[in-house]
Ligand binder design. Structure first.
Ligand SMILES: Nc1ncnc2c1ncn2[C@@H]1O[C@H](COP(=O)(O)OP(=O)(O)OP(=O)(O)O)[C@@H](O)[C@H]1O
Ligand SMILES: [Mg+2]
Length: 412
């Protein structure tokens, strides 16, 4: 049947392979009798392309195409291929489940299924079972933020093929955000800020270190944004002052016998946002004092990540260039939510997420959100003008400066 494929179209894939295949009425028979060198050639080069091409032309069900792909990719042990045992359909996807013969393991070559079926596919390998989830629709390339009300300190951080993905800042206090320029880091930081101000106008406080000159955040001067630092000296002062506050809170918690803000009636949450952590790395043109300030900032941020989560502080640390220097170890280790937009290399993806993948993201606002689970999400888009319109009542009369306010926060 494959021999009946249009010769004209197939020339562009691999003339030599085609010439041999058309001489065989049955491709499977051909495959059986020509293993070895031909097989290597086929799998290494033309067969993947041929599999994709043939399957898209082949008017069969997705289930048939999957089974044929197993065969073409030689995905089996001895003569035993994965054996289909269940199909489950929902409005969003169809799940095909297979028993896998002993000794057959998860294999990246199955990723070709996405192209074969021309639909988003998720491959889930669980012990001796293989589940292939075939989605009906692609992930949208843009999702507008629609100001939802949510429970507690949660936030709809993105839309995945399986529906909304919710982040809970009370379950996972700290977060790192990585991604190349213009991919959506600052928009995500503003989304977090906007959502939390909208849902907790009286209980949320933000301390922002915006080291790109303060351009992004100083236009949002709401009472909930307690301080914005736009250079390293401001950042030093802000973090120094926060460190004192953390010590006071710690003493207060001890005096009350509290171990975690979640078990108290304290409603306040304080978010420390760093937009462009790479600016907090010393370089050779800095003078000694500035280097010391920066060292202190890194220490203070690491300390927040390490000890202040239980007191109600939440750290969100964004950087364009995830490396061991720009993403301090203590921060990375204590941030159990890691988000990455597109990154230039697999190595950068491993630094940001502990795994590859961010280098393959191909849409602005598209990210991998990694906690104990992993989701590919489209982050909702919120604009500066939407935020300003929504929060005009909260605009602070005094223009924001880099000085901290003197308000004393009383717990309890
Ligand atoms: N979630 C999103 N959905 C759609 N478009 C987005 C989204 N996030 C960002 N964009 C678009 O991309 C532009 C750049 O986004 P943003 O400023 O957040 O990038 P960035 O990652 O902070 O870049 P840089 O590292 O240079 O600061 C935005 O002005 C907007 O047009
Ligand atoms: Mg930015």
């Amino acid at each position: 049947m494959l021999a009946r494929l249009s010769i004209k179209n197939y020339w562009c894939i691999n003339k030599r392979i085609f010439a041999r295949i058309v001489n065989h009425a049955n491709t499977e028979a051909y495959m059986r009798t020509n293993r070895g060198a031909n097989m290597d050639l086929l799998i290494g080069g033309g067969l993947a392309a041929f599999t994709i091409y043939a399957a898209t032309k082949w008017q069969k069900s997705d289930k048939d195409k999957i089974q044929r792909t197993f065969r073409n990719l030689n995905y089996k042990v001895k003569d035993r291929e994965p054996k289909h045992f269940k199909t489950h359909k929902t409005d969003q996807y169809t799940l095909y489940s297979y028993h896998v013969p002993y000794g057959l393991v998860d294999d990246d070559k199955l990723n070709v299924l996405e192209k074969v079926l021309n639909k988003p596919v998720k491959i889930i390998f669980a012990k001796t079972k293989l589940h292939i989830k075939v989605y009906k629709q692609m992930l949208p390339t843009k999702v507008d933020y629609d100001w939802p009300d949510t429970e507690g300190w949660t936030l709809p951080i993105g839309t995945s093929l399986d529906g909304p993905v919710i982040h809970d800042f009370d379950k996972i206090p700290h977060m790192t955000i990585a991604g190349m320029t213009r991919q959506g880091k600052t928009v995500l930081l503003k989304l977090i800020m906007a959502h939390l101000i909208n849902n907790h106008p009286d209980d949320v406080e933000f301390y922002v270190i915006d080291l790109k000159g303060g351009l992004e955040f100083s236009q949002h001067n709401y009472k909930q944004i307690r301080s914005i630092a736009s250079n390293t000296l401001d950042a030093f002062n802000l973090l120094d002052s926060l460190s004192d506050e953390i010590e006071r809170d710690m003493a207060f918690f001890k005096s009350k016998g509290y171990t975690n803000v979640l078990n108290t009636n304290i409603k306040k949450r304080k978010f420390i946002i760093v937009d462009e952590g790479a600016e907090l790395v010393p370089h050779k043109y800095m003078d000694k004092d500035e280097k010391l300030d920066i060292d202190y900032c890194q220490y203070a941020l690491s300390n927040i990540a390490r000890v202040a989560g239980a007191l109600g502080y939440r750290l969100i640390f964004a950087t364009q260039y995830p490396t061991a220097d720009t993403l301090p170890r203590q921060i990375k280790q204590n941030a159990d939510a890691k988000i990455s937009f597109r990154l230039p290399t697999e190595v950068a993806s491993r630094v940001a997420l502990d795994e590859q993948g961010a280098e393959t993201l191909n849409n602005v606002g598209r990210a991998i959100y990694r906690t104990a689970d992993k989701h590919v999400i489209q982050v909702p888009y919120v604009t500066d003008s939407d935020i300003k319109r929504r929060f005009s009542d909260y605009v602070s009369p005094a223009e924001k400066t880099t000085e901290r306010r003197t308000d004393t926060v009383i717990f309890g």
